[in-house]
Structures are given as C-alpha cells and as structure tokens.
Design a protein around this ligand. Structure first.
Ligand SMILES: [Zn+2]
Length: 261
C-alpha cells in the first residue's frame, strides 16, 4: 500500500481507531491498539487513509495524548488515537447562532432517496442520478458542500474537504445517521424547498393556482407555495401530512406545521 517508501527506514507508531471508525479498518485491528510501520515522512492523514479511514470521517486525533492536525508528521513511538466526529449539536461552527454555517450537501448518484428527504427538510442538496465522481468533487466547492456517499475512495480524495460516509442502505436510516452527526434538527426548514429542483418555494396567491390544482384541493386549502423553477404547486394535503410524520420521526422537528401551508 505504501510501496514508494518500502526501501526507506520506517518508524514505528501505534494506532487506535475509536467507535464507528472501526468499520473502515481491518477486522483484526478493530477496538484495539495496534502497531504499524510508517514511512519516515508520514503524516496523520497519510496513515489514517492508508489504514482505511477517509479523512472526512475523523473528528479528533491525539498524538501522545495531545490534539494533533491531520497534516502533522508522525514520530518514532507515536501513540495515535483517532476519534470520529462528535455529536452534531457540539460541532457546528457558530453553534445555533446567526453565524452558524447553513448545511449544504451534494449526494452521490446512489443516494436519491436521501437527497429527497434532505430537500423535504429544507436543505440545499444537489443530486442527479448521472453524477460522476469528478462532478461531485467539483460541486462540493472545496468545502462549501458536504459530500454524501457510501464510497470511501471518493471521500479519500484530496479535494474533498467535507464529507460524510453513509452506512445504511435505506433513506430514512441514512437521514438518521446524518442527524446524529450534523445539526439537522436545529437547521431544518421543512417544506420550504422543491423536492425536484432543490429551489426554495415561494408563497403564491390562492387565486393564482386555481387552474393548477384539483378543484377539491383548491376548495379545501387556503395556502399554497410554488417552485419558481418548475412551477410545481405545493399545499398541505394528505401527502404533505405523511411526509411530515415521516420526517418528524427522523429528525425530531417540533414546528413542522409552521412551514406548512
Ligand atoms: Zn421545482
């Protein structure tokens, strides 16, 4: 794996990967400290990824008990502890305040269901079933969007700054995974975004949509929103209510009705 350095003298370091990071490394090294011979100029990032863990999944590194950056070089005898990201509510920049960075995502071609749920919750999420890896990296904009994927090789790419490895195969469980890592509950604005175009919905006058919705719907509802891009009209009907219940079960949103029609 580290063939270019095979003839150089190696330094010995000891590693331990905590909690869910164990899923990325060789089975015999899980939940234990193990020794590893490293190239003499190896950085934390180099070794963490060589051992199988994408840099995007690492929340904290301790070398000999002290916090270390991913680009820090290792030394002979280094004791390296690698932890995953902490709980979502603790790690967001500007935590809950006006400076908190709005979460934005780009989902890979296999995560259409998750992308739809994120849009339902109001998160700006780029997705296309034809996305190629290079396109996803470009769209991630050097950290402007969080790359969502089940592909660890994509997350190991140098130009992917922010990413999240999605473990589950089911969209609802995938959203639950994200909610444990990112402050989705705090930032959600349910039913504010077109599920198809990812564009923010705008309120429209009831009279303006009379011809666009079934007569029964028009008679029963007072508030409508539409997508400025595709023109779809949204209202708080039974489909909306089902989505509200589904979303509420996943990310504990209290004020779902607030954004509804
Ligand atoms: Zn639309």
């Amino acid at each position: 794996m580290i063939t270019s350095h095979e003839k150089a003298p190696r330094l010995g370091a000891r590693f331990r990967f905590h909690d869910e990071l164990g899923q990325f490394i060789a089975r015999q090294n899980r939940e234990r400290e193990f020794a590893c011979a490293c190239p003499p100029d190896a950085t934390v990032k180099h070794m963490v990824e060589a051992l199988g863990v994408p840099h995007t999944e690492v929340g904290l590194v301790l070398i000999d008990g002290k916090s270390a950056g991913m680009n820090e070089r290792l030394h002979e005898g280094a004791q390296v502890e690698v932890y995953p990201h902490s709980r979502s509510e603790d790690c967001a920049p500007g935590k809950g305040g006006p400076d908190e960075v709005r979460l934005r995502f780009v989902a890979d071609a296999h995560l259409g269901g998750l992308a739809r749920l994120l849009r339902m919750a109001g998160f700006d999420t780029l997705y296309d079933s034809g996305f190629q890896d290079d396109e996803i990296v470009l769209l991630s904009g050097a950290g402007e969007r969080i790359v969502l994927t089940r592909d660890t090789d994509l997350l190991k790419r140098r130009d992917v700054e922010l990413g999240c490895h999605v473990r589950s195969l089911k969209p609802d469980q995938q959203l639950g995974e994200l909610a444990r890592r990112f402050p989705l509950t705090r930032q959600a604005r349910p039913f504010s975004r077109c599920l198809v175009c990812n564009v923010e919905l705008v309120a429209v006058a009831r009279q303006a949509v009379e011809k666009q919705v079934p007569p029964g719907v028009w008679a029963r509802h007072r508030r409508f929103k539409s997508c400025p891009s595709c023109g779809r009209v949204y209202w708080g009907g039974t489909h909306w209510e089902r989505m509200r219940l589904r979303l509420g079960a996943l990310i504990e949103i209290d004020d779902l009705a607030h954004e509804g029609c």
